[in-house]
Every structure is written in C-alpha cells, then in structure tokens.
Design a protein around this ligand. Structure first.
Ligand code: ZN
Length: 191
C-alpha cells in the first residue's frame, strides 16, 4: 500500500466539469434505475431509500468492486502520492453520491485514510423537463419523504416492528407517514 490518502469526490455533470482525478466513473447513462421513483428526486443520498435504490441497481456492486481493484493497482505503484477518484452522475445527488459513500466505506477498510467529498450534493434539484420553478406542495412532498425514511429506519432497527408487532413509537412514525402519504396523494389527484 503506497497511496498516502485516497480522495473520493462525487459530482454532477449538470453542475460543471468533472474534478481532476486519476479515475473518473461516469454513472450518468449506464446506471439509471427504473425503480427509482420520481419521488426520490427531492431526497439525496443522505436518505436511506435513495441509497437502497441506488445500491440495488444491477451493476453497481460490481462497479464498486472493480473500482477498488483499480485502486489496489495504483497502490502497488512506487510513488507515494494521494489518489483521487471522482464519481459523477447527472445531478450528483443520488447515484454518484451513494457510490462515492460506498466506495469510501470499502476503501477505508484497507487502512489508508480516505477523504470523502460531495461537490454537488447540496445543489438544488436540476429540473430537466420543467421550467425549474418549485411547485406548490413540494414542502409537503419533502415532509412525506422524510416521514417515509423515518418509518423505514425505525422498522429496520426495531425487532418488534420488523416482526409486524408495532411498538408505540413505531405506530406513531407509521401513522405520520400514512397521513402525509394520503395528503400528498390527494394533491396529486387534484392536479
Ligand atoms: Zn418499533
């Protein structure tokens, strides 16, 4: 192992040119996930449902594995220098950020210090088919998605709820999620 530090940078092509890097992974065309609902657009890779959807995309785990083999190859080289890996997708908020997180996690286990940076994670959602204006009701949608995530997180960490025997807290989280889902659905039906 000769790399002194590994920098992993996620970015979105729609926000600018790729950063300088030894390896650039472009996920913008080959790893679209048909199962990612348009709903998830307003969340980013900090949201568990987004990460789950991205990591379940066919080819993504192979890509992460292959990239870590490339890093091993750089590591065998004689020069002790920082290594930078850039991971890009269209907006930089879902696929690239998730893969960068997973890569950093995996590479961190080799013992080399890993520095993870998300260049465009907090940039606004890029509206590719609209006029870029925020529609009324989007805050409701965000609340609904946050409630959805809270419900997924609670259930995955609570043996009672995981076993379909909701605990008191789980019941409250679930009720909030269902309520927001109903409100959101009714705004959709009115449009
Ligand atoms: Zn529970």
């Amino acid at each position: 192992m000769t790399a002194s530090v590994i920098n992993v940078v996620s970015f979105g092509y729609l926000h600018g040119a790729p950063p300088n890097a030894h390896l650039v992974l472009n996920l913008s065309e080959h790893f679209r996930d048909p199962h990612v609902s348009p709903a998830l657009r307003y969340m980013d890779a900090n949201g568990l449902p987004v990460r789950q959807a991205v990591l379940a995309t066919p080819g993504i785990s192979e890509l992460i594995c292959a990239t870590s083999l490339l890093v091993d190859a750089y590591d065998v080289g004689p020069i002790d220098a920082p290594l930078t890996i850039a991971v890009g997708c269209a907006g930089g908020r879902h696929r690239a950020a998730t893969v960068a997180m997973a890569l950093a996690d995996r590479l961190g286990k080799t013992g080399i210090p890993v520095h993870l940076e998300h260049r465009d994670l907090t940039k606004p959602v890029v509206e590719r088919d609209g006029d870029g204006t925020v529609r009324p009701g989007d805050q409701l949608f965000i609340d609904y998605m946050v409630a959805f995530e809270a419900s997924v997180l609670h259930t995955s960490g609570c043996p009672a709820c995981g076993d379909d025997q909701p605990c008191e807290e789980g019941e409250a989280v679930w009720t909030r999620f269902v309520g927001l889902q109903d409100r959101w659905s009714s705004t959709q039906n009115r449009r």
